[in-house]
Design a protein around this ligand. Structure first.
Ligand code: GLN
Length: 286
């Protein structure tokens, strides 16, 4: 493989050469994921066929993606997709990139609603639609409504529902504002919950994600508080509310649930052992 002075291999680069060039700039795993994306090939091909030559257009596309990753753009935005609960979801910079942590919300919903057909479910702040689509596909006969304030996010979520064959009703709504008077057996949400001044917002992948999907007031609790306060009017007696929150917000979230009159309040730990979801049951007034 020839090298220009800039360090960019010239014509005739092969898979091994392209990966070696990328690995000097970005994480090795990212280098492989991006090359698989450009070549639209399974991981095994990169290993089994290192001497395969790249087409000039593929090499140019790969170099551009590696440079963007090098400048900090998240891999999921570069490839346009991310896996969640075993399915591939389209993502764009209009939506938060689905996190493995959020699979805990799915597991809790399944544990509480297994064997119950036709549950009415509301996903608040659906973003890519990862939660709503997954619940529609995993919960037997569920009737799922998903809302978001962002029209751009709803386009992404609708595309994911269509691609994955999930039946979900979408509503453009600022939390409860545009919902009808329907009540639900289950409300789930992964709302914005990072404190507005948290330095984490200026680091890594989150710099490229929609700020409106991440930050929520001085303590990061504004949206959680609004959802908890409004949920009783939208739940049937016996209905559940499950909320994802920050690593240090579990006791605050349980406090909000208690203040709003929820029962059976608890928090659950994510894969890292951090209390990541809190929830409770609405038993109705009086
Ligand atoms: N878990 C995400 C993060 O820490 C935040 C997601 C959210 O605000 N809902 O990057």
């Amino acid at each position: 493989m020839g090298e220009e002075r800039s360090g960019v291999p010239v014509a005739g680069v092969d898979i091994a050469g392209a990966l070696a060039w990328a690995r000097a700039r970005i994480d090795m795993l990212d280098a492989r994921v991006l090359l698989r994306h450009v070549l639209q090939c399974p991981a095994a091909r990169l290993v089994a066929w290192p001497e395969q030559r790249l087409e000039a257009a593929d090499w140019a596309e790969y170099r551009a993606l590696v440079e963007r990753r090098c400048a900090g753009e998240p891999v999921a935005y570069l490839t346009g997709s991310r896996e969640f609960y075993g399915r591939e979801f389209l993502v764009t910079p209009a939506v938060l990139i689905p996190r493995p942590d959020t699979e805990l919300l799915v597991e809790l919903a399944l544990a509480h609603f297994a064997g119950q057909r036709g549950a009415r479910v509301l996903d608040m702040g659906t973003g890519s639609g990862a939660l709503a689509v997954t619940l529609a596909l995993e919960l037997d006969g569920a009737d799922v409504v998903a809302l978001d304030r962002s029209r751009e996010a709803l386009w992404v979520a609708m595309a994911n529902a269509a691609r994955l064959g999930a039946s979900v009703s979408f509503v453009q709504s600022d939390w409860f504002a545009a919902l009808g008077d329907e009540r639900f057996e289950l409300i789930v949400s992964n709302p914005p919950y990072i404190a507005a001044a948290d330095p984490h917002l200026e680091q890594g992948d989150v710099r490229f994600e929609p700020r409106s999907a991440l930050a929520a007031g001085p303590q990061g609790l504004d949206d959680l508080a609004e959802i908890v306060a409004g949920a009783p009017a939208r739940l049937v007696p016996g209905g559940w509310l499950f909320l994802e929150h920050g690593y240090d917000q579990a006791s605050a979230a349980r406090g909000l649930l208690a203040d709003a009159g929820f029962a059976q309040i608890a928090s659950w730990r994510d894969l890292a052992g951090i209390e990541r979801v809190s929830g409770g049951r609405w038993l109705g007034r009086g």
